[in-house]
Design a protein around this ligand. Structure first.
Ligand SMILES: [Zn+2]
Length: 420
């Protein structure tokens, strides 16, 4: 075994051990006594059945081991000889290779990776089925996966252009790529709800009802005029309850899952809409865009420094000398995945701040403190969300304050009089 492949094997083992140990670490302790909630009425203390704890444990195990498994995929693609064989077949003296050759190699890698991670995808789907959350058949799940894998091909032209810039200007390519990537991020946020989401769900306007009138009154109080509120056919895939804000500028919309409409009492639904209106009014998606654009610059700079260095070091393993060669692509894609994982605490931290602000806005505009707390209790009791997840996991991946924190915050001033 060569030095490079021994190193990569060690790295692989390390990644697997790290993930295994963190999934053990992530075992949820029994629900802790929470003094501030405990002092409130018992209706605000989520009753967590053992079944929910088993669900949370298995979910964490699937996600964490699946994460390490996914990262190992690029190495297996190279180690198995697939990468070299394919690169040889598409061999060309041009750097980067013509786009169609690049696209073929990228598509082959994407397909391989999708198959490589399929066992964990199926495990996750099975888990959701077993607990009565997923409404997808196995064929439905595989169809969604195929759609997801196909849409990943959108990345191919972006990467190809970046490699072209690199071959022309190895020192300054990343600044030019940054300038190009910012409008792409903007487009992707603007187009996401009208191009990608409809591949999975149907969106319809809310039909006239006392609830719609109530939401409209709340919207005008929140300073939203002519905002779009759409119902998503979420129940075609899951019974989980949610709502969200998507799009930017002309495509901005507040989306309510049909599952929320069906399951939540009007007060809780109104409280949830107050939260979503907070995102809308405070323009959180614009903040998201700004952070993503800044992050992209940092990321491109890091690729600029790290990618050629790692390639030089593991040249024999990957079978590539130049970053624009096809057989160097698995390394580039691996670096992208690692970067996304490493930056997750920053992204999650920013998200938690915005979610907390949206909670505050919702409480101020709707004034439904108790209904808001009950909404969060429901996420724990009905959807089996962990109200108090392990600290490290929450720090790394928690996009919202914990349910326990959110319940406490909602009850800080439980006087249900809406602000003027
Ligand atoms: Zn939110």
């Amino acid at each position: 075994m060569s030095k490079a492949s021994r190193r990569s094997l060690l790295l692989l083992i390390f990644l697997c051990l790290f993930t295994l140990s963190s999934s053990v670490f992530a075992q949820n302790p029994l629900p802790k006594a929470t003094p501030s909630i405990a002092s409130a009425a018992s209706e605000f203390i989520p009753k967590i059945p053992p079944r929910a704890i088993a669900y949370q444990r298995e979910r964490r195990t699937v996600s964490l081991i699946g994460l390490a498994w996914g990262l190992a995929g690029a190495f297996v693609f190279v180690k198995s000889g697939l990468s070299r064989t394919l690169a040889k077949r598409l061999e060309t003296p041009k750097l980067p290779p013509p786009f169609w050759k690049f696209l073929l190699f990228f598509a082959a890698f994407t397909l391989f990776h999708s198959l490589w991670t399929l066992p964990f995808g199926l495990w996750g789907w099975r888990l959701e089925r077993n607990y009565g959350f997923s409404t997808l058949s196995i064929f439905g799940y595989l169809r969604d996966r195929l759609i997801g894998t196909t849409t990943e091909l959108i990345l191919a032209p972006v990467l190809w252009i970046a490699l072209r810039l690199y071959t022309r200007s190895p020192e300054h390519w990343w600044k030019k790529a940054w300038i190009g990537v910012v409008p792409l991020i903007l487009f992707s946020i603007v187009l996401q709800p009208i191009v990608i989401s409809p591949l999975y769900y149907r969106y319809t306007a809310m039909s006239p009802s006392p609830l719609r009138t109530r939401i409209e009154t709340l919207a005008s109080k929140a300073g939203i005029s002519g905002g779009r509120i759409l119902i998503e056919s979420t129940s075609s895939r899951t019974t989980h309850v949610n709502a969200y804000v998507a799009g930017l500028g002309p495509t901005t919309r507040i989306v309510i899952n049909d599952t929320a409409l069906e399951k939540l009492p009007p007060d809780q639904l109104t409280a949830m809409m107050g939260h979503e209106m907070g995102h809308y009014v405070e323009g959180h998606l614009w903040f998201g865009f700004a952070f993503a654009s800044l992050g992209a610059g940092l990321f491109l700079f890091l690729i600029h420094r790290v990618f050629p260095l790692l390639l030089k070091r593991y040249e024999n393993f990957f079978g590539a000398k130049h970053p624009a060669e096809l057989s160097a692509l698995p390394l580039l894609l691996w670096i992208i995945s690692v970067f996304l994982l490493v930056q997750a605490p920053v992204e999650s931290g920013i998200s938690r701040v915005m979610e907390h602000r949206a909670d505050r806005f919702g409480l101020q505009v709707a004034g439904l403190h108790r209904a808001t707390a009950q909404l969060f209790v429901g996420f724990a009791e009905r959807d089996y969300s962990d109200p108090d997840p392990p600290t490290l996991l929450h720090f790394w991946f928690g996009t919202h304050p914990t349910l326990k924190e959110r319940i406490e915050f909602a009850l800080e001033d439980p006087d249900d009089t809406p602000a003027k």
